[in-house]
Write a protein that binds this ligand. Sequence first.
Ligand SMILES: [Zn+2]
Ligand SMILES: [Zn+2]
Length: 342
Amino acid sequence: MRQLTCVEKGKLEWREVPEPRLAADCEALIRPLAVARCDIDRFLVSGAFPISAPFALGHESVAVVTALGDGVRGLSLGQRVVVSFQVSCGACGRCRAGFSALCEKLPVLSDYGMQPLSGVEYGGMLSDAVRVPFAEAMLQPISAGLEPAALASVSDNVLDGYRTVAPHLAARPGSELLVVSHGTPSIPLYAVQAAIALGSSAVHFASPDRESLALAEKLGARPIETDFSAKPPRTWPIVVDAGVTPAGLGFALRATEPEGVYQSASFYPGPPIPLPLGRMYTLGIRCFFGRCHAAALLPEVLRLIEAGRLRPEAVTTRVVDWEDALDAWPEPAIKLVVRRSQ
Ligand SMILES: [Zn+2]
Ligand SMILES: [Zn+2]
């Protein structure tokens, strides 16, 4: 079968690789129909993390089930599913507690399409077939009427944006909220969408990037153009920090009101960044860090989408055919989706 493969830093190829096979009763095989490019994918290809061997690309997808182990319940052949980008068992203590990103059975960062992070090759979604080791935990069926390309990013970036706001708006219903975007913008834009869907009375979006600001405004946010060098214009009870720069992080912390919530959806590579811990202590800034838990969150995010309250396709800026994936994958776009018919 064919698999889009990163063969070395900056170089992609369609490679012929062996078809995966079912190896246990709890497994499934899927055929990806639509694949979205995650905010991390261009970093992976650029060699931001050391590349020791060729690796399969793509981890956000909607797929069709093509084979099922005898022990799998609740799924059927031909069904369309959203696939958790993280591999998780659904049965260990952490999975059952909702912390499926940290499944006890697997190495940390066990994700599709991210072999450089975990050291394990689970396959990538830009392939003709992918093995799913724990089908019941990792696959969530979607209604036949939903368009795969519209939901391609749900398995990761959409639910990542959602989880940055959902628990905090549940605790402080109707709160105004600030999203600080200082890296790749799709997670913060999905956070805007989710915050509006969940009843925030006003969502503000701070960024230096005019294209992101315009899209955020179209989604219903109030734009704040800034390079983060000046003080935030005010403070908010909930602040989402999504980016990669110390300046953006500092802006987000300063924009959080006393006893307010600072929620990070950021990975900061490189040397440690100093934090204003004295101010954070004095003002009682409540900080939340950590990855999203894909398998655990998929059912509740899909309920919002099925109800028409979240429309992830509104963030998609480019859709290409499967055959064009190799050329399109490294090119800039807020949200790229690759699709095929069947
Ligand atoms: Zn991702
Ligand atoms: Zn587990």
